[in-house]
Design a protein around this ligand. Structure first.
Ligand SMILES: [Fe+2]
Length: 438
């Protein structure tokens, strides 16, 4: 028996005795392992001088029981781990971290990830990073109770000046400190290879990045190199150890997770980009993802089903380009029938940098039995003022010309409410999906 196996057993025994229940059936992708749980570590004998950067919680397949903790470090850590304690318990449990350092854009990222297991619902925890005798400050981690929760949703945050993203992010969180997690619907950064942009994005979200799980979605800008040619989303996949419950070949490009009574599927719309790199691979991605989504949504027993995908489902006319007709994008033509079939409650998209509420659509027409379609808008400084000509399916839109916006999703027992706000907290739209309406 190796030492780690022995420690894992020890943890299970200690965990059960102290109210920590080990989760089962959750899927992680190389995100550390339980190291020790004897309650003897984490005391005040460590020196609190460990500096960690971009400390973040990443969504797991069941975030009420598990978390993935990731961070960067200026130094190479020899024994990186995460210590967790419930606020009302003295015992501290240690979860070993894996070294997942990488070099991209000629920049070395000393990076670590650990999975935290056995969390209880409706509980407040504290966690810190440890390395031998050194530790970071404590940070908060909370799980929710019951089926009601709120999430923050940010549209494209790509920027030339990331102080714009920072302002939107901070404003949104200051008004929604009860959010259970936050989402970015893709084009997180303008250039997926530029490490300075990732740094600026992380710093913009720093007031809540360590406190609530992040749900990342890949956009086409995550697939550009410094020469603005298409590349694989290498940095995106390294920075975010999302659940690997999608497809082995296209690992972590799409995934799903549960929160409360909602099943979320995060899709990958970058099959054209993938075909550019490897002819035919994008077509394979489409087929694999369609099959997976059908299987994934059929297997869930959750009441609500929500899909996020970066590129939008509609095609807009554009001023100055009369040849471009109103209709549906390739994404919409391909996937909207599947969303109909699977009775998806809400579909969130992005990419066009404008907020539009399309109401419920079924079989390409407004129909109360269809999915609610929300084009989420803009949370950065790349604006296309006056570009899009309104689509017949648009029900509501942001004031023109667009400024930034953010959204909240509030799930309750009998309804899900989506609200859109300007950065100053002014509500500009709301849409509701109620049980039994579909
Ligand atoms: Fe995009």
């Amino acid at each position: 028996m190796n030492v780690r196996m022995m420690n894992r057993r020890k943890f299970i025994k200690a965990a059960i005795g102290s109210g920590f229940l080990l989760a089962s059936g959750n899927i992680f992708s190389g995100c550390g392992e339980v190291l020790d749980g004897d309650g003897t570590t984490g005391k005040s004998d460590k020196i609190a001088d460990l500096e960690v950067n971009h400390l973040r919680q990443i969504i797991t397949s069941n975030a009420n029981e598990t978390r993935c903790i990731m961070w960067q470090s200026n130094d190479i850590l020899m024994n990186p781990a995460v210590e967790v304690k419930a606020n009302d318990l003295d015992n501290t449990y240690t979860f070993a971290a894996l070294d997942c350092s990488f070099t991209d854009d000629d920049h070395i990222n000393n990076q670590y990830s650990a999975r935290v297991e056995g969390l209880n619902v409706g509980t407040s925890y504290q966690y810190r990073i440890v390395d031998g005798d050194h530790c970071s400050a404590w940070h908060n981690l909370k799980t929710t109770e019951g089926k009601s929760f709120k999430a923050l949703i940010f549209p494209d945050s790509q920027c030339a000046d990331y102080s714009v993203w920072s302002k939107v992010a901070k404003s949104a969180y200051s008004r929604n400190e009860d959010a259970a997690f936050f989402v970015n619907v893709g084009d997180i950064v303008d250039n997926g290879e530029d490490w300075t942009q990732w740094k600026a994005w992380f710093e913009g979200a720093s007031t809540f990045l360590d406190k609530i799980p992040f749900v990342p979605i890949m956009g086409n800008h995550e697939c550009y190199n410094r020469q603005w040619q298409t590349r694989l989303p290498e940095a995106y996949l390294k920075y975010f150890e999302v659940p690997s419950n999608g497809n082995e070949k296209f690992e972590r490009r799409y995934y799903s997770f549960d929160y409360g009574d909602v099943h979320f599927a995060i899709l990958d719309s970058q099959w054209d980009e993938l075909n550019t790199i490897n002819s035919g691979a994008g077509d394979e991605l489409i087929r694999a993802q369609q099959e997976w989504l059908r299987r994934d949504m059929s297997n869930t027993s959750k009441k609500w089903k929500i899909v996020f995908i970066h590129k939008d489902v509609l095609q807009y006319r554009i001023k100055g380009r009369p040849e471009r007709l109103e209709g549906f994008s390739d994404i919409g033509t391909l996937l909207m029938p599947l969303f109909d079939e699977l009775k998806i409650d809400i579909v969130f998209t992005a990419h066009l940098h404008t907020y539009r509420d399309r109401g419920h659509i079924y079989n390409f027409e407004h129909n109360p039995n269809g999915s609610l379609y929300i084009l989420t808008g803009l949370a950065g400084d790349v604006r296309y003022p006056g570009l899009w000509i309104d689509h017949a399916l648009d029900v509501a839109k942001a004031p023109q010309p667009e400024t930034d916006n953010y959204l909240t999703l509030e799930a309750a027992e009998d309804k899900i409410e989506v609200k859109c706000f300007l950065p100053d907290g002014t509500e500009i739209d709301r849409a509701v999906v109620k049980q039994g309406e579909k």
